[in-house]
Design a protein around this ligand. Structure first.
Ligand code: ADP
Ligand code: MG
Ligand code: MG
Length: 247
């Protein structure tokens, strides 16, 4: 589904990704772990097409398409979802408005009819219930005044509504208490653990991986993948630290 080959990318002329290669097949969940500043979030932004991140060489294909050629909204329409490490607040725009517009914009690119207010609300309420997000939060401005855990649950609600083919989740576990971690983990499994979907799960800690069992675990250090393995690699990292394992 996703094939990254020898990717180099820089920000403001500073090289961050330095020859990163990665293959993710449909039906798989891959975890990316690594020290602070390794380039994990940069990888997510480059895949999402965030302005300011310049790819200097290498390639990324998604479902056989050149992903780097596509505008950010075209990537989203193609089925790529990016969950942020720090979800943005959008004062003045309600959560339901935002979610409905996002979904309908994507449906439009697939020649699907927009969902009516009623249809959409039903979908949004079901997702909010599944993720333990209080219904009234759907009416509030996007993420404004939400706690860290609520922002992450909200992001999972958004993912459940959009139902992407491929999700890049950047430190979705940061700031979550144990109960929220389980809810988010269950959400990722329920929404994304499907034969035709795949996930890149960026995380600092092993604990999310107790809930979302990865098929592969990779260490990203200094802009490239330095080691890959199965779920046991995450446990080894937790025990011994990145220094010993990733060097
Ligand atoms: P990680 O997510 O692995 O902690 P990041 O991808 O956020 O790492 O950052 C990788 C490196 O890129 C860091 O050294 C960081 O300081 C640098 N960096 C990130 N964003 C910018 C930016 N806008 N301008 C300059 N350097 C940046
Ligand atoms: Mg970081
Ligand atoms: Mg990061």
């Amino acid at each position: 589904m996703l094939k990254i080959e020898n990717l180099h990318a820089e920000i403001d002329g500073k090289p961050i990704l330095k020859g990163l290669s990665l293959d993710v097949s449909a039906g798989e969940i891959h975890a990316i772990m690594g020290p602070n500043g390794a380039g994990k979030s940069t990888l997510g932004y480059v895949l999402g097409g965030r302005p300011g991140y310049e790819v200097t060489s290498g390639s990324v294909t998604f479902d056989g398409q050149d992903l780097l050629e596509l505008e950010p909204h075209e990537r989203a329409a193609a089925g790529v979802f990016l969950g942020f490490q720090y979800p943005v607040e959008i004062p003045g725009v309600s959560n339901v408005q935002f979610l409905r517009e996002s979904l309908n914009a994507q449906r439009a690119t697939r020649d699907e009819k927009p969902l009516s207010g009623g249809e959409f609300l039903k979908l949004a309420r079901a997702q909010a219930d599944d993720l333990g997000l209080p219904q009234d939060m759907l009416k509030r401005p996007v993420n404004v005044g939400f706690s860290g855990g609520e922002k992450k649950r909200n992001e999972m609600v958004q993912m459940g509504i959009i139902a992407p083919k491929f999700a890049i989740l950047d430190e979705t576990d940061s700031g979550l208490d144990i109960d929220a971690l389980r809810i988010v983990g269950d959400g990722i499994n329920r929404i994304m653990r499907k034969p035709d979907k795949a996930v890149l799960l960026i995380t600092h800690y092993q604990r999310l991986l107790d809930y979302v069992q990865p098929d592969r675990v990779h260490v990203l250090a200094d802009g490239r993948i330095t080691r890959s393995g199965g779920p046991e690699l995450a446990l080894e990292l937790e025990r011994e630290g990145y220094g010993a394992v990733a060097a």
